[in-house]
Design a protein. Structure first.
Length: 318
């Protein structure tokens, strides 16, 4: 399995397993199948509300000798309601308890959006903190403390644009080492990829297959399909692979980690096997010019009259 190197030499397996929307009753088996298949990178988050089952799968895999802790790369994310300095470590410790781990490999600020303590998903203005109430620099200071305490080996962010990253870079002691964002041929994120590269940050692509199993409340009825797109299908036939594998191999070719979610044993295997597909430069160029541009996770659930945030706080201007 190809890996990406952090600045200290630690290695991140380029393909990982996503766990958002994997229900507690399914995720235990999915993680075990993934570890048995050879996955060594699992992407988790407190808000996925399934970390204790993921943790049970880790414990089982360690005790059965499928994998050793030090061979596994585990990412998790700080939820929006734990952004105050005093709450960051509390959030991470809850995650460690649920995952039954002593440390994480990577901890990310999930979104540059802050909710009041105890709020799972803010519904009105009163449930949000603004950047004046809880500056991102304060949350980052909490992340740095978790790193210094050895609770996580690496720290980073998710859904941050270059302007928000610059705010952190101005005051940080430890620079973010990862930015996890939505990425696929419909949303190549060229500007952000260039920025992160220039600042020595790795990237991870989320929703690489178009996140088709999202609930209808955060999905548009007329959204385009990545898996069905004619060019993706055509290139998949050329490489004798599935459309999903082509979409995963696209990130491997760009040197970007990718975390497809699946709870199906066959697809879990299929997605990992995509690591062996090498897309030629001319086909990457063709993919660059694909006719559809689209963001699936559009962020509108954080904006509008009942929120202090706007889409400019989230997305990069292309
Ligand atoms: P994906 O783009 O990974 O798509 C998941 C869907 O694709 C599921 O319906 C899955 O079904 C299906 N699928 C998986 N493999 C295949 C295959 N080989 N062929 C056809 N269909 C397939 O969506 P996600 O949004 O879940 O993104 C992946 C991960 O990224 C998340 O699970 C999460 O870990 C992370 N993420 C992070 C975010 C952030 O804010 N940082 C936001 C969104 C995601 P099935 O399970 O039945 O196989």
């Amino acid at each position: 399995m190809k890996t990406l190197a952090f600045n200290n030499g630690d290695q991140l397996p380029i393909i990982g397993l996503g766990t958002w929307k994997s229900k507690p009753g399914q995720v235990y088996q999915a993680v075990l199948w993934a570890l048995e298949a050879g996955y060594r990178h699992i992407d988790c988050a407190a808000i996925y509300n399934n970390q204790s089952e993921v943790g049970q799968a880790f414990t089982k895999a360690f005790s059965d000798g499928i994998v050793r802790r030090e061979e596994l790369f585990v990412t998790s994310k700080l939820w929006n309601s734990n952004h105050r300095l005093e709450d960051v470590e509390v959030g991470l410790k809850e995650t460690l308890r649920d995952l039954r781990l002593d440390y994480l490999d990577l901890y990310l600020i999930h979104w540059p959006v802050s909710f009041k303590k105890g709020v799972e998903f803010a519904q009105n203005r009163e449930e949000y903190y603004t950047y004046q109430d809880v500056p991102l620099e304060q949350t980052w200071e909490g992340m740095e403390a978790c790193f210094a305490n050895g609770l996580t080996k690496h720290i980073g962010v998710s859904n941050f644009n270059s302007s928000k990253l610059n705010e952190i870079l101005k005051t940080c002691k430890v620079a973010p080492e990862m930015n996890q964002v939505e990425m696929h041929p419909f949303l190549p994120q060229d500007t952000l990829v260039k920025f992160c590269k220039e600042h020595g940050m790795l990237m991870t692509a989320y929703s690489p297959l178009g996140s088709g199993d999202r609930s209808s409340s955060i999905k548009k009825a007329d959204e385009p399909s990545l898996l069905q797109h004619a060019l993706i299908q055509e290139l998949a036939s050329k490489y004798a692979c599935s459309a999903a594998q082509l979409l995963i191999a696209y990130h491997v070719a760009r040197g970007i980690a990718v975390i497809p979610k699946s709870i199906n044993q066959e697809r879990i295997h299929e997605n990992l096997a995509a690591g062996a597909i090498v897309i030629e430069a001319n086909d990457m160029e063709t993919l660059k010019n694909i006719d559809t541009k689209y963001r699936f996770i559009d962020g509108t659930f954080y904006t509008g009259p009942r929120s202090p945030y706007s889409l400019e706080d989230l997305w990069e201007k292309e």
